[in-house]
Design a protein around this ligand. Structure first.
Ligand code: SF4
Length: 253
């Protein structure tokens, strides 16, 4: 099967455990204001690549991919779920660790055909890195152009399936860098029993040049990058809420 692949990174170190082959899939329905990959938005453009070719690439880099595996990211990899399913099925035959880095936006509990595919895909998935963009429904729409109900439902779906999850959250001054929102996010994450890690990333504006090249106005022109120290503070707030939520659950039990 061929998929629309934006690019491949041979030695990824931030998209899952170990050193990984990272496949950036083309196409994303979201429009996050801070997106640094706007060149991945349009679906069905650019190069196609077969699942076999990706596995061949993996094999050629294998001696260097210590403790790693394959991560699909994007764009939104689950927009091409058939392709990811075939890739991961073949990867598991070779005992390769598999990870999906997703915003969860394509999850739709009412679409039985999609859920059947997702159920199948989860059999071949070792880890999901789920980007929760904003915990507040209204603010989520402002930030991404989409509602967050299905994204949060996707997190609960992963918990039901017992799929290990890393949550990722980008802290943006004036948007998500807000004590109340961070605490509420932590309260939600605290209900998940499958949480393996939490990455809180400071907003950066390194994608600006891509917007210029694409002729798209940069939406956060007046927003300064967030200091790493503030991302550490944000993580502490989320972690406190996770702890409080877990303690409250214990008390109820
Ligand atoms: S989900 Fe990711 S790729 Fe899509 S717009 Fe948001 S940041 Fe960009």
């Amino acid at each position: 099967m061929e998929g629309y692949v934006h690019s491949i990174e041979s030695f990824g170190t931030v998209d899952g455990p170990g050193i990984r082959l990272v496949v950036f899939m083309q196409g994303c329905p979201m429009r996050c204001l801070y997106c640094h990959n706007p060149d991945t938005w349009k679906p069905k453009i650019g190069n196609t690549m077969s699942t076999d070719k990706i596995l061949e690439d993996y094999e050629s880099y294998k001696p260097f991919l210590k403790g790693g595996g394959i991560t699909v990211t994007g764009g939104e990899p689950l927009w091409q779920i058939d392709f990811v399913l075939e890739l991961f099925k073949k990867a598991k035959e070779k005992n390769i660790h598999t990870c999906i880095d997703t915003s969860g936006i394509t999850y739709n509990p009412d679409n039985k055909e999609y859920i059947d595919k997702l159920d199948e895909l989860m059999k071949y998935t070792n880890l999901v890195m789920l980007d929760i963009k904003h915990i507040d429904p209204e603010e989520h729409i402002k930030l991404t152009g989409h509602k967050n109900d299905n994204i949060l439902a996707f997190a609960k779906y992963l918990e039901e399936k017992n799929i290990p999850v890393w949550i990722r959250h980008v802290t943006v001054p004036g948007i998500t860098m807000n004590e109340e929102y961070l605490y509420r996010l932590g309260q939600f994450i605290g209900t998940l029993s499958n949480l393996k890690a939490l990455d809180v990333l400071p907003y950066h504006d390194m994608g600006k040049t891509k917007y210029k090249e694409l002729g798209i106005p940069y939406p956060l022109e007046n927003t300064p990058p967030l200091d790493k120290k503030d991302a550490v503070k944000a993580k502490k707030i989320i972690m406190k809420a996770i702890k409080d939520t877990k303690n409250a659950q214990k008390t109820i039990q």
